[in-house]
Design a protein around this ligand. Structure first.
Ligand SMILES: Cc1cc2nc3c(=O)[nH]c(=O)nc-3n(C[C@H](O)[C@H](O)[C@H](O)COP(=O)(O)OP(=O)(O)OC[C@H]3O[C@@H](n4cnc5c(N)ncnc54)[C@H](O)[C@@H]3O)c2cc1C
Length: 417
């Protein structure tokens, strides 16, 4: 009895590693013809780092990532609104890591194939539809380039096929494309001097114009320069059209750089940071409405297929990892059954629904707009604009709903025992 996994991204590969750990047979089907290190920066919160540590990957994460030390918010004038320690500096038992998404995916893939054999991931096979038949989950696959069609049968099927999930589309035939609220993100990496602690993640601006930056490598010994990941964001009329969302669409920095020309501070020169990138990628900030249901018999969804959210709050990749581990725990408790899928869904769907909705209100970044509204980003004493108690309450609220409350996470038993 096999777990069929559609999609070899962060979610699908972590689920495959978890199945291997608990001795459950599995097969991964990935649409692309080979797994490539695509994307730029992504953050792994302590709840996900804990799970990757339980999979034996702590040392490798330390090799490919940076332990995020601090999260700090600034007005468009470069003035500090709020900063808080992150990861172990905040009291979590596990660090937060900033990593290159592609390197993380390759780490998961390499570890999986070393542990379970090269043929456990079948690339070049796109999931096209599913059925529940004779007590089994059936997955129809199409070979890349319109070749062969075949059907795989297993005990359960997990749709880990991302924001354009074919499995979800069959469950929700009227849903249509992802939803765009009007923001476009331009993403790049630049070799530059790290700022503040050297491992700080900074959010600058407000709802209609924002920049996020953080290092995803240690500084090089000779130059002191690190790879800085940055995301510049502008908001447009949501009724205007946008290019299809593709994480790898190349863009031109001149499309947005003039808007940031005045954003030069004594601690960070944003126009220089943007201009220093070799490549810039454009992506519309999209999400999907929360679903009433993920599980249909022996088939369920995980990761972005289940709960695509705006990438604010840095928890899309982390939640995909937690999904995988919770599914593994449910398999251990209920076997490879519809009851296991239901137990997993009952625990996680309410949490991810809250996160999707909170992120539509800018999640933890909402304080940026409050400061913009109250003083246009210019202040001498932040206490006069936004009292510290209000800032603390806002930060704690988001952590609570995303499963990141420090004491609760530290106390929680291991997911897979
Ligand atoms: C190319 C790419 C680059 C990205 N870059 C970034 C980034 O820079 N920063 C960031 O924060 N997030 C990025 N993301 C999104 C981020 O990886 C996810 O939000 C998060 O990690 C959740 O992971 P997931 O496995 O659910 O989805 P994804 O990481 O999107 O993985 C889904 C996987 O399923 C495969 N797939 C899709 N359709 C099918 C199908 N029908 N059958 C079989 N396989 C299928 C895809 O090729 C992909 O490998 C990127 C995603 C992709 C695909």
């Amino acid at each position: 009895m096999t777990v069929l996994i559609a999609g070899g991204g962060i979610a699908g590969l972590t689920l495959a590693l978890t199945c291997h750990e608990i001795g459950v047979p599995f097969k991964v089907f990935e649409a692309t013809s080979s797994i490539q290190p695509l994307g730029v920066g992504i953050n792994l919160q302590p709840n996900a780092v804990r799970e990757l540590g339980d999979l034996g990957l702590t040392g490798e994460l330390e090799r490919i990532g940076v332990k995020t030390q601090e999260l700090a918010f600034f007005s468009k004038k470069g003035l500090e609104i709020w900063s808080e320690p992150r990861g172990t500096w905040a009291g979590y038992a596990w660090p937060q890591f900033s990593v290159h998404r592609g390197q993380l995916q390759m780490l998961l893939y390499r570890t999986l194939t070393q542990r379970a054999g090269a043929d456990c991931v079948q690339t070049g096979w796109r999931a096209s539809s599913f059925a529940n038949e004779d007590g089994q989950a059936c997955l129809t696959l199409l070979q890349a380039g319109g070749g062969e069609e075949r059907v795989e049968r297993g005990a359960v099927l997990i749709g880990a096929d991302g924001i354009h999930s074919a499995i979800r589309a069959q469950m929700q035939p009227d849903e249509g494309p992802p939803l765009w609220g009007g923001a476009i993100m331009w993403r790049g990496t630049t070799l530059a001097k790290p700022f503040r602690t050297g491992a700080s993640m900074v959010m600058i601006g407000h709802d209609t114009q924002r920049l996020v930056a953080y290092p995803i490598s240690a500084p090089k010994a000779e130059s002191g320069l690190a790879v800085i990941n940055w995301i510049a964001e502008l908001r447009f009329d949501p009724h205007a059209g946008w290019h299809k969302e593709d994480w790898n669409r190349l863009a031109d920095a001149d499309d947005f750089l003039p808007e940031f020309s005045a954003w030069r501070y004594d601690w960070l020169d944003l126009p220089a940071l943007i201009s220093g990138a070799e490549q810039v990628f454009e992506y519309p900030m999209v999400d999907r409405d929360p679903l009433e249901r993920w599980t249909h018999g022996r088939v369920t969804l995980m990761g972005d297929a289940a709960h695509a959210t705006y990438p604010v709050g840095s928890n899309g990749g982390s939640q995909a990892i937690v999904d995988a581990r919770k599914l593994g725990a449910a398999f251990l408790q209920h076997g490879l059954t519809p009851a296991a899928l239901q137990a997993y869904e009952s625990e996680l769907r309410p949490i991810t629904t809250q996160v999707i909705l909170a992120n539509r209100g800018s999640g933890p970044d909402a304080i940026l707009q409050v400061v913009e509204d109250r003083c246009g980003g210019e202040f001498t004493d932040i206490e006069e604009v936004l009292p510290r108690s209000e800032l603390e309450a806002h930060a704690a609220k988001y952590k609570g709903l995303a499963g990141l409350a420090i004491a609760a996470l530290n106390r929680a038993p291991r997911t897979i025992t």
